[in-house]
Ligand binder design. Structure first.
Ligand code: ATP
Ligand code: MG
Length: 562
């Protein structure tokens, strides 16, 4: 990642604007509506905006776009703040709310009315839609379009005073009912809504519409670059119209300036609020932070790190063309981040006893085990070793296929950081299931003793039986069925994967893992990266639940950059 990446189109535009003196500093913002949890796509927007501010020595604002009190909840405000802080996008003391500027927006509306650029309409929502025309037909003028300034001021005052019912009147910008851009056909800029707002309480019963409010929010905060996603491209003329009519700028080229980029889409991944809400309500997932989802809270709970998400967003780049990225790239990033950073522990997911028949009964010795062979800085730990161990069931086969180098009768392997053992056989229950594997060890072969007598082809991990800690491990697959695709073609519902969650309750882990705290992650040798679940673990009671973040191997290859 050390190589210089080429500058994206937004950076090129800012470089040019700064050189030409369009503005002399950079100020960006992230403006979520507090109506849901943030997902990986929002992370892209956050890190892009924050990254640009940082790169140009500018400022980054956090602003809740809370102009629609129906859907907003304080719960979301808190979760969004926590997510942004976790991602490392530092907004310092610049936390704002669109509702902080309701006064300016109201004054702006009065100004537009006085300029003859806004009027009160008494058409219903359906009529307004009908009058708007279509892409091929111009719209029709609203009967209220020619009202006098005085009358508009009076009616708007009535809207504000609470005398008008919801939906009975709106304020429209007077632009052009024949514009080829539908957004410019006298858009509604204020509506009546008798609702309590989480920030302003009952002060207002008129609320500004997004397209009118957003440019004012940007202008009041001194934002230079209002970066949004492509679906707002057709709204840009309205953004500039509002700012120019209200005197915040003179030409579209000046700041605040809207620039659009393509959304981040992940292939075969559900991000839609509506769908996730349904999964939560139906109990298919255990909340917005279920580790199978891609909300930021879910990714954090699963064990993703802010570094891995930053790397992912960086690899995705910034573009004007919509495309979809493979989830495997996100997995690649977390593997890259954790493989050197985190200790490697021994856990038997499907344990079976291994008995070393010639090891003295009752004896325990402490073995020094390196925490990560690729990173000496992580040091070593002591692991007790004795006559009875647990190994993973798949590390023994009575009748092995070719090229199987693990335990089978007569074969010798290394027990990781311990001794060579030779398999002597196994014990089965009445159903033929192996319940014990037997072996003998060679005391000469102790790890670190300098033994060079002979070599073995296989190394397997183990857990001391007496000191083992029983833990739960949760293995995940995609919540949707990748072969069928995300959505059912017939009814639009999700195609769920019945195997998206596998719970293993009998896993045996080395005692070191008792020290794990929520969100701590580890490599479990040969099994993948795991993270201590923050919701269902109770470390103080010895109850440990680990989420598999990702397995160790993948067929994913990082695309070559041109
Ligand atoms: P809603 O349907 O409620 O508007 P939203 O996902 O657009 O949902 P916002 O709170 O409006 O939610 O989004 C905040 C910001 O995040 C916006 O600037 C939006 O453009 C950006 N954003 C949303 N989804 C993505 C995505 N998939 N990729 C990149 N940016 C996104
Ligand atoms: Mg939105």
């Amino acid at each position: 990642m050390a190589e210089e990446r080429s500058r994206n189109f937004i950076e090129q535009m800012i470089d040019k604007d700064l050189a030409e003196g369009v503005y002399d500093h950079v100020c960006t913002r992230f403006p979520p509506e507090p109506n849901g949890y943030l997902h990986i796509g929002h992370a892209k927007s956050i890190l892009l905006n924050y990254g640009l501010a940082k790169e140009y020595g500018g400022k980054f604002n956090m602003r809740f776009d809370d102009t629609n009190p129906t859907k907003e909840k304080i719960e979301f405000v808190e979760s969004i703040k926590a997510d942004i802080e976790w991602l490392g996008a530092d907004f310092e003391d610049r936390l704002f709310f669109a509702s902080d500027y309701f006064d300016q927006m109201y004054e702006g509306a009065i100004k537009l009315i006085n300029k003859g650029k806004a009027y009160v309409s008494t058409l219903s929502a359906d009529e307004i839609k009908e009058y708007r025309g279509t892409l091929t037909e111009p719209g029709k003028n609203d009967p209220g379009r020619d009202r006098s300034v005085e009358e508009n001021l009076k009616l708007f005052e009535e809207m504000k005073s609470g005398k008008v019912e919801d939906g009975a009147m709106v304020l429209r910008a007077k632009i052009d009912m024949t514009s080829p851009n539908m957004n410019m056909r006298d858009p509604v800029i204020y509506r009546v809504a008798h609702m309590t707002h989480h920030n302003t309480g009952d002060k207002w019963c008129i609320y500004p519409m997004y397209d009118y409010a957003h440019p004012i929010e940007d202008a009041v905060e001194g934002i230079t670059n209002s970066i949004c996603t492509l679906e707002f491209e057709d709204h840009r003329p309205l953004y500039d119209w509002v700012l120019i009519e209200l005197g915040y700028k003179e030409t579209p080229e000046q700041a605040p300036k809207q620039t659009e980029f393509a959304k981040l889409y992940l292939t075969n991944v559900v991000t839609g609020k509506r769908y996730i809400k349904k999964l939560v309500e139906e109990g298919i997932v255990d909340g917005w932070d279920d580790p199978r989802l891609v909300s930021i809270a879910a990714l954090r709970r699963r064990g993703f790190t802010p570094e891995s998400i930053r790397m992912f967003v960086e690899l995705c780049g910034v573009s004007k063309a919509n495309s979809s990225t493979d989830y495997a790239m996100l997995e690649y990033c977390i593997r890259e981040d954790l493989k050197i950073k985190r200790p490697r522990m021994m856990v038997a997911l499907d344990p079976v006893k291994l008995v070393i028949d010639n090891y003295p009964e009752g004896q325990t010795e402490m073995l020094e085990v390196p925490n990560n062979l690729e990173n000496e800085e992580l040091g070593t730990r002591q692991v007790p070793f004795g006559r009875e161990l647990y190994i993973d069931r798949e590390d023994f086969m009575e009748e092995p296929p070719k090229k199987y180098f693990r335990l089978f009768p007569g074969n010798e392997v290394r027990l990781m950081s311990a001794y060579f053992v030779t398999c002597t056989g196994c014990v089965k229950d009445e159903n033929g299931k192996v319940i014990e594997v037997h072996c003998t060890y060679d005391p000469e072969t102790k790890s670190g003793s300098g033994f060079t007598g002979r070599k073995v082809k296989g190394t397997i991990h183990w857990v001391p039986a007496k000191e083992a800690v029983k833990v739960e491990c949760r293995l995940y697959e995609n919540i949707v069925d990748e072969e069928k695709g995300v959505y059912n073609k017939e009814d639009g519902s999700l195609n769920l994967n019945p195997n998206s969650l596998t719970v293993l309750t009998e896993c045996m882990a080395e005692p070191e893992l008792l020290k794990a705290k929520p969100y701590d992650s580890f490599q479990f040798v040969r099994q993948g990266f795991f993270c201590l679940d923050c919701k269902d673990s109770k470390p103080e009671e010895g109850k440990l639940v680990f989420n598999r973040i990702v397995s160790l191997k993948s067929s994913f290859v990082l695309p070559k950059s041109e």
